[in-house]
Design a protein around this ligand. Sequence first.
Ligand code: ADP
Ligand code: ZN
Length: 530
Amino acid sequence: RAPTSSAPTRTSLEVLAQVFGYDAFRGDQAEIIETVVAGGDALVLMPTGGGKSLCYQIPALVRPGTGVVISPLIALMQDQVDALSTLGVRAGFLNSTQDGLERRRVEAAFLAGELDLLYLAPERLRVPSTLDLLDRGEIALFAIDEAHCVAQWGHDFRPDYLRLAVLHEHWPAVPRIALTATATEATHAEIAERLQLRDARHFVASFDRPNIQYRIVAKDNPRAQLLELLRAEHPGDAGIVYCLSRASVEQTARYLSDHQIPALPYHAGLDSRVRAANQARFLREDGLVMVATIAFGMGIDKPDVRFVAHLDLPKSVEGYYQETGRAGRDGLPATAWLAYGLQDVVQQRRMIDTSDGDAAHRRRLGAHLDAMLALCETVECRRVQLLAYFRQSSLPCGNCDTCLAPPQTWDGTIPAQKLLSTVARLDRERDQRYGAGHLVDILLGKPTPRITQLQHASLSVFGIGTELSDTEWRGVARQLLAQGLLAVDADGYGTLRLTEESAGVLRGTRSVLLRREAPRPARAARTRTA
Ligand code: ADP
Ligand code: ZN
C-alpha cells in the first residue's frame, strides 16, 4: 500500500487523487461511493467506460477490511490485480485457474487483513470453505460486477449468480454494490429482486455514448461490405467483428487476413489456449481485428477499439448496445456498423420457434427480436431509438446514419400486395416449402429449374414484379417481416406465411410505408468478366 495510507482514514477524494491520480469524480461516482462508504447498498447502471470500478474500489480502500468483488471474468482477474498492484493497492483473486499453493497464499493474506480487494469467481461460493474463509476475515463490502448475469433470460446468465443472495443473508451488515452496463428496466428489476437489493439506492447513468457513430446497412455481400468500410474509414485500426456462427468467424478472419487486414478468430470452439493467446494479442498489439462470436468481449478493457461491426443481427437491443459499447471507450470517435438482411430475420425467427423453453420464453425472445428490428428499420435517429429502449430521451444526434443521410420512405403498398399475394398463392399448396428466394424468382418471372419443375410459371403472379430488382424485393420482404406483415414458418426452409395483419394490406385497407435502401455504389472491382 502507498505510504500515505498510514493516515487513519482517508477521504474518498484523497484516495481518488493519491491512489488513482484523478482530481475529480465523474457523473454519479461521488454519490455512489458516499453511499457505500456509509454502509448502504447501491445498484449502479452505467455504460461501459463510465467508471464503475472506482465505485467499489474506493469504498474498499476507505472502509476497514477487504472489498470482496464477485466477477465472472476469470480471464481478466490477473490483469486487474496486476494493474491495482502498480497503483499500490493490495489485491488478490481466488478462482479455478490457481493451484492450491497460490490459493492458500491469497487466503492467508486475506485473513491477515493484508488485502484491500479480493476478486472472487462466483462458483467459489459453491464451496462451503469459501463462506468459512469469508467469515473469518473482515469484509469492507461486496461488489457484484456484471450483475446482469443474474437475469435468467439474459444473454450472459450465470446460474452461480443466483447464489449471491446468500451474501445478504449471511452478512446482512456488509454493504453491497451491484454494477452493470445493461440498462433495461426488466433487467434492473430482476437484479434488485434476485440479489435482494430492496433497500439499495439506484443510480442510473445516461446510456448515451456520443462518440459512437451508429450505422445499420442492408446486407448484400457482408464480407466485401466490411472490407470496404475498413479500407475507407478504419485502415490500421483495432476493432471487433461479430458473427453468429463459429464457421463464419473462421471464414471472415481468413478473408480479412487474405486482404491484408490482420485478423484473429475467437469462439468457444477454439482451444482455450488459442483463445487466451488471441485475446492477449488483441489487447496488447495495435491495429488487430478480432473476429468473434458474442462469447468475446465482456469485461474487455481495450480503450482504443475504433469499430465494432456486426455481420449478423444481434438477438436483442441490449446485446447490440453491450457489444457496440466496446468501441470507443477512450471517448474518441468510433463506428458501430451492422449489416443485416432478410436471411437474418428468417433465421432468427426460426431459431426462436424451435428453441427450448415454454411459450412465454419464446414470446420474450420474439419481443427482443422485434425491438432489434425496429431499430434496424427506423427512419428516425438511431440514438433516439436506442436510448428510448432504455427509457432515456435524446435529441436527434447528428452522428448516426439516419441523421447524416435521412432515409427516404416510399409507398410500398403495391409491391407489398404483390408479394403477399404470391405468398397467398403458394400457401394453397400446403405441402410445399418455399424460401424467400423462390418467391422473388416468381415475382421476377425467372424460369429457374425449380419453377419449371413445380410449374410455377403458370401462376397468375409469375413475373408481376419486374419493376424491382432481386435485392429490392428481398428488402421489401425483410421489411414486411420486420413490420409483422409476414411470418416465417418453423419448417426449416424459412417458408413465408401471411399473418393476421397481412389481410388489411391485401384488401387495400392498409398502406405500407417502406424505407428506401441506399444502393451500394458499384465498383470496378466488383465487375465480373465472363
Ligand atoms: P467501466 O467498468 O464502467 O466500463 P472503468 O471503471 O473501466 O469503466 O473506467 C473506464 C476508464 O475511465 C478507466 O480508464 C478509468 O481509469 C477512467 N476513470 C474512471 N473514473 C474516472 C475519473 N473520475 N476521472 C478520470 N478517469 C476516470
Ligand atoms: Zn442520430
